[in-house]
Design a binder for this molecule. Structure first.
Ligand code: SAH
Length: 213
């Protein structure tokens, strides 16, 4: 697991690309400038690691495009110590970004193969999520609720009710909603049953599937 000056240089270029695309949160840019994304990918794709593109990982899943990771992370407005639930651990790259931002991260993955792989890999890089869970993200994580924010990193055909009800007052749910194409949507909890809703354009994710595998 090597991280060289060449990788660092490529990462800085990626940060500049993200700035040019409109990402402004200095902490998010700093996290992306620090995390060795190439180590989250299969060796065949190492050369592509610092392009602003999604790439295949195990179990027919993808590591999200850096712009998408940055965009969702920025919407969360993470403060140190925030308790955050991530749905779709995948490669663990987004998890690592949240750890860099100082969050206490809980992350759920439904594919056992990825869950196992990423559970071993993240601590090797020094990223310690509070808990990685093999389970169905549609249900959220009632035992650890409420959360300052919840981030869904797969395309949801609808907004799962448990996720809304597991938000703290003032908490945010950032979720791409739709079938083939998703609209990035943010819900902010305003009251027991009141939520405000904002939309932020179209993205494409692998689907949020029910149950675990
Ligand atoms: N955050 C990841 C993105 C991975 S792609 C990264 O940075 O690499 C989305 C992930 O969501 C896949 O790993 C997929 O298996 C997972 N997923 C899909 N449906 C799920 C569900 N119901 N619960 C938990 N994870 C789910």
């Amino acid at each position: 697991m090597k991280d060289t000056f060449k990788h660092k240089g490529l990462r800085q270029q990626l940060v500049n690309v993200l700035k040019a695309k409109g990402i402004t949160d200095a902490n998010v840019l700093n996290a992306i400038g620090k995390i060795p994304r190439h180590l989250f990918m299969d060796s065949g794709f190492l050369d592509h690691a610092y392009q602003d593109k999604a790439f295949p990982i195990a179990a027919d899943q993808t590591i999200s495009q850096p712009y998408t990771v940055a965009f969702q992370s920025e919407l969360l407005q993470v403060k140190k110590g925030d308790k955050i639930l991530e749905i779709g651990t995948g490669s663990g790259y987004q998890t690592a970004v949240l750890c860099e931002l100082g969050a206490k991260v809980f992350s759920i993955e439904r594919q056992q193969e990825l869950f196992k792989k990423t559970s071993k890999f993240l601590p090797k890089l020094g990223y310690r999520a509070k808990k990685l869970i093999f389970g169905d993200g549609y249900k959220g994580l009632v035992d650890e609720a409420p959360f300052e924010s919840i981030i869904v990193t797969a395309g949801a055909p609808f907004v799962p009710k448990p996720l809304l009800s597991q938000l703290k007052m003032g908490g945010r749910l950032v979720i791409p909603v739709g079938d083939d194409v998703q609209t990035m949507t943010m819900f902010t909890r305003k009251g027991q049953k009141e939520f405000s809703q904002e939309e932020f354009g179209e993205f494409r994710f692998v689907p949020l599937l029910e149950d675990k595998n």
